[in-house]
Design a protein around this ligand. Structure first.
Ligand SMILES: [Zn+2]
Ligand SMILES: [Zn+2]
Length: 373
């Protein structure tokens, strides 16, 4: 294993990246060092990069490394690690995926098996605490214990595997919580990485109708190839009212059984809850930035008996289910084509600029940009 690796360090001040060479730590007994192969630019990374939710008065954050939607190969195993989380032998060079967060395994929620709800869940230590090469937008990632890790089958490409631990896992979890039932009508607000995956998963779970809403034609086209049955192009339906009316029209005036929000702007929620049928389920996934204040008429939610769920993180079985789904989806849903652009790490700035969709209309062909560190 290399002694050092490159991390892309983000500086809020000046809004720029720095390629920094840092030592690669040897793994502790139960840890694993991952050589990162692909990391997507997730919508939540774009929120971080834009500084969404930060106030003018907030000081710039300390320089940091981020990136979480990733896959890689085993660079080195701690002495105590012999298998993946399904007891299959694990060795250096094996391609793997893993949740990007670390449940504590010894709290109330963890002992109930709700590891995605661990309040003591950890992430990466910041550079200020541990000055090593460790991150998604870096060449190495340190999988400390307790972790979960799954070997990848050979027939899934790196590009197809990168979104499994975030975009795909997150929507599998959401639609599992929302309990899609056979014949349901599902609306997906936003057809980026999460949205396109949500179309495929909802359809696979038995939805009869999947309506994708987005402002980018290529994303909607991909959604339609990934299980969506209908597309609502914001260019053609420019107002919230017109989009709500369109959903009502498509559902014969009833409204959707389930609406999934994967955009992350509060106005989208205000619009989406009005697309539900009475007693419909709203699955809120997109908002990860602080200060995301929406204006909702709560009486309207009560009168319409809206079931509102906030979804973040997932339990480890979801990653395994995601791998299986990616294999099953081949030739059926185009979700393996979600990744449209790949950049080397030193062109990460270009990856983010390419992935940025705010302020763009119509022509962008980006569904998911990935970095290959
Ligand atoms: Zn993500
Ligand atoms: Zn816990």
């Amino acid at each position: 294993m290399a002694k050092s690796g490159i991390s892309a360090v983000w500086h809020d001040a000046g809004k720029k990246w720095e390629m920094r060479e840092l030592p690669v730590p040897d793994p502790d007994t139960d840890a694993i060092s991952i050589r990162v192969r692909r990391t997507s630019v997730c919508g939540s990374d774009l929120h971080v990069w834009r500084g969404d939710g930060l106030k003018e008065s907030d000081p710039p954050r300390e320089p940091f490394v981020f990136g979480h939607e990733m896959m890689g190969e085993v660079a080195a195993l701690g002495k105590g690690v012999k298998t993946d989380s399904l007891r299959r032998p694990l060795k250096e060079g094996d391609r793997v995926v893993f949740p990007y967060f670390f449940p504590c395994m010894s709290c109330y929620n963890c002992i109930r098996g709700e590891m995605g709800a661990c309040k003591f869940r950890g992430g990466r230590k910041p550079l200020s605490e541990w000055n090593v090469c460790n991150g998604g937008f870096a060449q190495y990632y340190y999988l400390r214990t307790p972790h979960f890790i799954f070997k990848l089958p050979d027939d899934l490409s790196d590009e197809a595997a990168a979104p499994i631990n975030c975009a795909l896992a997150q929507v599998i979890d959401a639609l599992h919580v929302g309990r899609v039932r056979f014949g349901d009508r599902v609306v997906i607000q936003g057809a980026g990485g999460l949205g396109v995956n949500a179309c495929a998963v909802a359809r696979d779970m038995g939805a009869e109708m999947v309506i994708a809403i987005d402002g980018q034609k290529p994303r909607l086209d991909l959604a339609m190839r990934s299980g969506a049955t209908h597309a609502i192009d914001i260019g053609q339906f420019p107002t919230p009212r017109s989009r709500i009316d369109r959903v009502m029209e498509l559902t014969q005036g009833i409204g959707a059984d389930i609406v999934v929000e994967v955009v992350g702007f509060p106005a989208v929620v205000e619009e989406g809850v009005k697309m539900l049928r009475m007693r419909g389920t709203y699955l809120e996934v997109g908002h990860i930035s602080p200060n995301s204040m929406a204006s909702l008429d709560v009486q309207g939610l009560v009168a319409n008996q809206v079931r509102f769920f906030g979804i973040q993180h997932y339990d480890p079985w979801i990653v395994k289910a995601g791998i299986d789904f990616m294999q099953r989806a081949k030739g059926k849903y185009a979700i393996a084509d979600v990744v449209s652009h790949t950049f080397p790490l030193d062109r990460i700035d270009e990856a983010f600029r390419t992935a940025e969709w705010v302020g763009r209309s119509g022509g962008s062909k980006v569904t998911r940009a990935v970095v290959a560190p």
